[in-house]
Design a binder for this molecule. Sequence first.
Ligand code: ADP
Ligand code: F6P
Length: 494
Amino acid sequence: MSRERRVIIVSNRLPVTVRTSHAGPKLEHSSGGLVTAMCPVLRQHSGYWIGWTGTERTEEIVQLFDDRRCDNYKLVPLYLTGEERNNFYLGFSNEILWPLFHDLQSRCNFDPAYWKTYVGVNDKFADTLLKVAELHDFVWVQDYHLKLVADSVRKVGANLELAYFHYIPFPSPDIFEKLPWRAKILHALLQYNLLGFQTKRDLKNFVSCVKLFVPDAEISNVGDQTSVSLAGNRSLLGVFPIGIDFSEFADGAEDAQVIARAAQIKKDISGCSMLLGVDRLDYTKGIPERLRAFRYLLESQASICEKITLVQVVVPSRIDIPKYCELRLDIERLVSSINGQFGSPGWVPIHYIHRELDRPELLAYYRAADIAVVTPLKDGMNLVCKEYCAAQVDESGVLILSEFAGAASQLKDGALLVNPTDLEGVGKAIQSAIQMSVVERRQRMQRLRTNIKNEDVYQWAKRFFFESRNVQRSLARVSKTPPQDDPEASNVEE
Ligand code: ADP
Ligand code: F6P
């Protein structure tokens, strides 16, 4: 990508969210994989980041964002009304798309009012985008909240280059077909010039859905490149497994304070093997299932009691959705019942932490843990497993990973893969991890770390930007004029 090209990020959330307390509103770091991944990438580029503040508009909040930057990025705040927040964010995004795309259709609430607001809010994001974007900017829309932005932009005739990255799984047609707005959503997605998915399976599912529900679309495969043409627009499709800033986690884990804190954590669990779970508090993360697997292990292998401790850290998330509140209660009931049933003086089987940890504290937990148990029921990628390995600088930890995390295909060589609903299987994996020789641990962890380092978030962004050049070339071919801002594109043979 030529240096002068600005990258405009559009995502539901900005990297900071407004939290209001009795002292007034203030900005806090936003949680979740999207922000963890995007922040390092943006240090290398300049442009705008358009996103929701997490609030309605007030003069005090407008001032908080006055000329606010994140590295070289100017933050462009977007405000939602209470109704928009309820129907677009909590409703359509997180009570329809989120559960459905994670294969949990029984959790969906297909309220037609949600769809209407989803369309309106996507138009609102598009309006804001059109105010800042210029013709040769690269616009990169992020995640499932904003599937319709390209369609809204095209409706007003704007000829911007628009790319979209889908962080979460894309379901198979037999799940996707339940969505009442399935064809509209696919048509809208096919207004993007580049569509990125986390895994080959997601891309394959998307193509299968297009074949079934958009019969006019023309799908072509040239080499390993798939594209879809529909009504004059051509979308390139690609697989871009997202990574982390490996060095940031690996270097951070070498910090003297982190090392001292990790030693303290280990001491606090008095010589037990430490299992670690770190998750956003979400029902897709398989936390109750993990706790049940742990209980099953303690029940079936009594000799393991007092030798292992599970530390489960959860960061609160989407707390205004009833299913998330129920989940919190479920988890807390399970933790308390397991601790009551098995605990003894000096040994608490599960240490439960319900808050966001700052980076040094998180790194200390990653360093201290002998085993990370990352067992989502389904996950687009999952960055926690990659962060754990990056922080395992002494290569002694073991990763237990759900086969339903996007990261599984990439990390299957070093991780112990499990089916998160197979309580016995997860228990056995924990036992194998405890008994694993030092040599095998090291070999596995080395393979994991090499892979995660080679496929870090910078490579991810580089590959995405590289693919965007192919988009420019194909647009140039259609218009028969080379794009003006990319010197390489003008060398393309027509
Ligand atoms: P998702 O995108 O669904 O939230 P990921 O695993 O991809 O899931 O990303 C989660 C991110 O949130 C990771 O960067 C992880 O470090 C961070 N995170 C999760 N729990 C906590 C916590 N308790 N404290 C701090 N960060 C957390
Ligand atoms: O990828 C899943 C995702 O929705 C991201 O877009 C975001 O980083 C994370 O989950 C946090 O969710 P929310 O923005 O709803 O708090």
